[in-house]
Design a protein around this ligand. Sequence first.
Ligand SMILES: Nc1nc2c(c(=O)[nH]1)N[C@H]1C(S)=C(S)[C@@H](COP(=O)(O)O)O[C@H]1N2
Ligand SMILES: [Mo]
Length: 335
Amino acid sequence: MLIKTPQRSQLIESDVTNESIYHDRRSLLKNMGFLGAGALMNAALSKNANAGFFSDEVPSFKTQPLSYKQDSANQGLVKTPEQKVISHNNFYEFGAKKDQPVELAQGFNVDPWKLTISGECDNPITLDYDDLTKLFPLEERIYRLRCVEAWSMVVPWIGFSLVDLLKKVAPNSRAKYVAFETLYDPKQMPGQANRRLGGGIKYPYVEALRIDEAMNPLTLMSVGLYGKTLPPQNGAPIRLVVPWKYGFKSIKSIVAIKLLEHQPSTTWKNLAPKEYGFYANVNPNHDHPRWSQESERRITSGGLFTRNRIATLPFNGYGEEVAHLYQGMDLSKHY
Ligand SMILES: Nc1nc2c(c(=O)[nH]1)N[C@H]1C(S)=C(S)[C@@H](COP(=O)(O)O)O[C@H]1N2
Ligand SMILES: [Mo]
């Protein structure tokens, strides 16, 4: 069924969301021929198309409470309200619109799950669903998350450092990169079955880090947020969180981690290499070709028209912990 989206609903959406950059990224996809009437049709069909930026829908997916050690250092950060964290998402496997994942991911099956860690290492392992929350003591990490689209949140993640997992598999001397892969299951992920709904991305979604970035203690394998296991729209049952890099590096619903000798291809860099680099370190001095990265819109408890533009910090404010990883590199070249 084809529905012609009235011009007006587009206006309402951009007014309400105030998210011109969101349209910018979609216009890239559109220019590349990926989005068209179909994507607008999806928007029109979406229950919340005109409900605004955040869904007030109560998600039906059942999360479980977790035991964890509180983040004592960062309790002073003003957190983005949970309802916003779980209803304003980028997870193109469940639709390229911000309010689609919370609607389309509620039936997602996370148990059983298999996560395989293999490649250039001495002890490859496969974890199942229970291992993800039981293998390591869990800690809360309250981190800023800066999307390349120039909005940001503060999220109380729960998880463990990736380095703990890497130590377990014992990388060998050829291991220079760590690659991550999201589940490929078009039956469960409608964006993988429908090219338009999925924003034209070639699936599975893949990401990677240099091994020293992966070993940095800030690099988190997250299994929860706000005290509970992750809801599917945020990447259940396990996702990466790399707080000094643009959000697209923080790959969701991971089924494979591979230690590699050579830098692998990664999803957004592959789609538009002039716009999205391999490193993707948050950098206010290197603009996206189509918009400035000098500032960001912090998503807070305020309403839709709250003034919440703040300056973007180099490495998203985590320079003390990570700037040394890039010493001697030209960050405008290695963006
Ligand atoms: N598999 C997968 N991982 C993904 C994405 C995606 O579309 N697919 N989007 C990324 C982007 S662009 C951002 S900003 C963050 C958003 O995480 P959140 O929805 O939990 O805030 O997830 C990242 N991880
Ligand atoms: Mo993002």
